[in-house]
Design a protein around this ligand. Structure first.
Ligand code: CRA
Length: 808
């Protein structure tokens, strides 16, 4: 039977589609098909089902003459897609049954899919969640980014140290995308600017082709699908026959290799400006292709550029696509012959800018000489933008300063709205980096607290909790996450608490089994699972967590007969390859783990696990199994965090500082269901003004002193006792991120966690209340707010937060 509304196939029909793809697309018969072949066949069969809503969405958008949202992002951390697509189409049971009928293990095939790791961390994953929510809400949208040949590197540990190898997600065919060889734009670099009278013309020295690859992104219930359009760099001339005929074989392919470097790598660092000309070229490459594509679509609709702000909302995901402003102005002035000021106003009417960090090293600046060499005409336009801004506002803030082009200021000045990503962060954006610009343009900055998609981060990654929630409050919550509030009364119901606890226990067994089979580590699933999984960075303070672990180890050995709550400390995360301190922290975690895990005195009480190569799929496994979420950044540094939301949603209370979205999470779940410690952002600023604050903090903490001495004396690196002297010296002398100052308070908060955990009933109640009260952090809410406050874009499948309600 065909399901009319969503055109769902039966399992038998779907099995036939899969078999067809196995033979026709993969060229394999079932007897000889590998798991890869089955996965491709299943993925292509699912992709087939997305086509109908995809076409319908495009048609509807044209017919409604609707405004489109364009989300420009250097990163889209998509992860795996089979389950995502299957569940959004509401075809997961059909797909699983079809695979079963073909003698295949659905789960195993799902797990065979490599992660599309086109991002570093939170910013990239946020972009992927936003794509899911835009489609779920039925807002016409394109995601624009780069189709990196190598996504984020693979991490391995050798003797405890991080080793990076290239990630090769594209060595296998990518099932979800459609190559669009006809959608191609020439992108120029370098060269000169020709002037004649009032007009300017850029004559680039070098051009490459941006070639489109489209992945449909289907929303919940299969009602709407948008497009993720990723650009690959290709040479204008693939092959130089003349060189070849002269016998210069390598030179013949050089053009191609050169062009391809542009979309070859994702810079494995989101918190420091890479400082590479190649990075600037990457940024311009994908932004320029996207802007051309946007204008072509406008033209094809018979619109004029004056209509742009009514038709087009372009969101800049951090400053990486900031060149969108000057590029749009360039096209409007040089090619469409608009007046400069008019062009700037039109561009501003389209652009919004999201700031994701206050870390000074992450605020992009390009040395003028590099900028001029790569984008000579854009430098002139940036000057025009700057002078228009100075004239209109009387502001002292410049875009060009100290020999640099400052991309934050450029983005701010070219955007009609600027947003931070949590309430605290947006306040700090107003008070610090953009203090003067906020005074010049008082209504420009607003807040849009980040969110996460409930489909991936609860419905799919935690199937047993999904079932329990469905049985308790119905099935409306994946499209309307605040319905989880209906769970609140059940926090008093012993039967529900038991069931909730059983789900967590089962998820922990799943992780214990995986650790055993994949990482050869045995953990006790009855111990508390305490997880800190995220990029390794000093401000995130994995080092403080580790110091607390060492201190706890000491305490247990000093008092072996006390009532210790068994713990497994789980670490996960990659360090940017050039970030020496972060790599040392990784080394230390592994060294400490080796000693503690081998110590018979703490056996069964304390264990450290650090599985290598943390990625989206690993997060989907670990988060549902976690009891305690570590969100311990130095206040004022974590712009928002989104892992914090994922843990809380899956019933893991937070131990954390008043930083980023922790503040809002705590307000919602209730202070009694959150383990708070540490200095506030304001106190951090004050403390940094004091002399020798770290020495003072260490002097009063016996526990901390002992742990530091152990590390610096080689207790954890007996073969190389001096290994961590530098790391510890830095804590003693500088400690910019105030690990030493927050240590005692953190240790005390951890002991409060121990006592709370010892009472399993009240702990489970806390966990339930976390799940029940974080529905607001759905990315559907975030996107609905962007649509209303920044984009003036609308859902074409109903009201603002449609679709709502029960699924038939
Ligand atoms: N590193 C912030 O640090 C935030 C995400 C998404 C980050 C996180 O706190 O949750 O963005 N910043 O808003 C960033 O990438 C360039 O800055 C991040 O992922």
């Amino acid at each position: 039977m065909l399901n009319e509304r969503r055109n769902l196939l039966t399992a038998e029909q779907f099995a036939e589609v899969i078999l067809n793809h196995l033979t026709s697309s993969q060229g394999k018969d079932p007897e000889h098909a590998s798991i890869y072949d089955w996965r491709m066949a299943l993925s292509l069969a699912l992709r087939d089902q997305v086509i109908r809503p995809w076409f319908a969405s495009t048609r509807t958008t044209y017919e409604a003459e609707a405004k489109r949202v364009y989300y420009l992002s250097m990163e889209f951390l998509v992860g795996r897609l089979i389950e995502d697509v299957a569940t959004n189409l509401r075809a997961e049971d059909v797909a699983a049954a079809a695979m079963r009928s073909l003698g295949q293990d659905y789960g195993q095939v799902v797990r065979d899919e490599p992660d599309a790791a086109l991002g570093n961390g939170g910013l990239g994953r946020l972009a992927a969640c936003f794509m899911d929510s835009l489609a779920t809400l039925g807002i016409p949208a394109y995601g624009y980014g780069i189709r990196y040949e190598h996504g984020l590197f693979e991490q391995h540990f050798k003797d405890g140290q991080q080793i990076e190898t290239a990630e090769n997600w594209l060595t296998q065919r990518y099932a979800w995308e459609f190559e669009r060889p006809e959608v191609r734009y020439e992108i120029g670099f370098g060269g000169t600017v020709e002037k004649s009278g009032q007009t300017s013309k850029w004559i680039p020295a070098e051009t490459i082709i941006a070639s489109a690859y489209d992945t449909p992104v289907v929303g919940w219930n299969g009602l709407w699908a948008n497009t993720l359009r990723l650009w690959a760099a290709k040479p204008v001339k693939v092959f130089d026959l003349d060189s070849f005929n002269r016998g210069e074989y390598l030179a013949a392919s050089e053009l191609e290799a050169l062009a391809r470097t542009i979309s070859r790598v994702l810079y494995p660092d989101d918190t420091s400006e890479a400082g590479k000309e190649l990075r600037l070229k990457q940024e311009y490459f994908f932004t320029a292709a996207s802007i051309k594509d946007i204008l072509r679509r406008l033209d094809s609709e018979g619109r004029v550029v004056r209509d742009l702000p009514q038709r087009v909302a372009i969101q800049l995901n951090d400053t990486h696509p900031a060149i969108a402003g000057p590029e749009l102005v360039r096209l409007l002035v040089d090619e469409r012959k608009l007046e400069m000021e008019n062009a700037i106003d039109i561009a501003r009417g389209c652009l919004g800018y999201t700031n994701h960090t206050l870390l000074p090293e992450a605020l992009e600046r390009w040395p003028e000489p590099i900028f001029k060499r790569v984008l000579p005409r854009h430098l002139e336009i940036v000057r025009e933008i700057e002078s228009a801004h100075l004239k209109a506002s009387g502001s002292p803030v410049r875009i060009l300063e100290d020999g640099d082009v400052k991309m934050g200021e450029l983005s701010f000045i070219m955007a009609h709205k600027v947003n931070g990503v949590s309430a605290l962060h947006s306040d700090l954006v107003r008070e610090t980096v953009f203090e003067q610009l906020n005074r010049d343009y008082p209504d420009r900055i607003l807040n849009q607290t980040n969110g996460i998609t409930p489909r991936r981060w609860l419905h799919n990654c935690n199937p047993d909790l999904r079932i329990l929630i469905n049985d308790t409050i119905g099935t409306g919550w994946p499209a309307d996450l605040e319905q989880l509030e209906k769970l609140v009364p059940h926090a008093q119901d012993a039967g529900f608490l038991e069931a909730f606890k059983a789900v967590k226990a089962k998820n922990k067994v799943r992780v214990a089994n995986w650790l055993k089979s994949h990482h050869y580590i045995a953990v006790d699933p009855d111990a508390m699972f305490d997880a800190q999984i995220k990029r390794i960075h000093e401000y995130k303070r994995q080092l403080m967590n580790l110091l607390e672990t060492v201190a706890l180890w000491n305490e247990i050995r000093d008092n072996p007969n006390a009532d210790w709550v068994p713990r497994v400390k789980i670490f996960g995360g990659k360090a940017a390859p050039g970030y020496v301190v972060a790599k040392q922290i990784i080394h230390l975690i592994n060294d400490v783990a080796a000693v503690i895990n081998a110590d018979p005195q703490v056996k069964g009480l304390l264990k450290i696990v650090y599985p290598e190569n943390y990625n989206v799929s690993m997060a989907e496994l670990l988060i549902p199994a976690t009891n305690l979420s570590e969100q311990i950044s130095t206040a004022g540094n974590e712009a928002s965090g989104t892992g914090n939301m994922k843990f809380a949603l899956n019933g893991a209370p937070t131990i954390g500082t008043l930083d980023g979205a922790n503040v809002e999470i705590r307000e919602r779940v209730g202070a009694e269901n959150f383990f708070l410690f540490g200095l506030t952002a304001a106190e951090v600023v004050e403390r940094r003004k004091q002399q020798n604050y770290s020495a003072a903090a260490i002097a009063v903490s016996q526990r901390l002193s002992r742990a530091l001495e152990q590390i610096e004396n080689g207790v954890f690196s007996p073969g190389d006792p001096d290994r961590y002297q530098g790391l510890v010296q830095d804590l003693r002398q500088k400690d910019y991120f105030l690990v030493t100052c927050d240590f005692d308070d953190y240790f005390a908060a951890q002991r409060r966690v121990d006592s709370a955990y010892a009472d399993q009933d009240s702990w489970t109640r806390m966990a339930v209340l976390n799940t029940a009260r974080v529905g607001w952090f759905s990315s559907d809410r975030t996107i609905a707010d962007y649509a209303k406050d920044i984009w003036n874009a609308h859902s074409l499948i109903g009201g603002a937060r449609q679709p709502k309600g029960e699924v038939p």
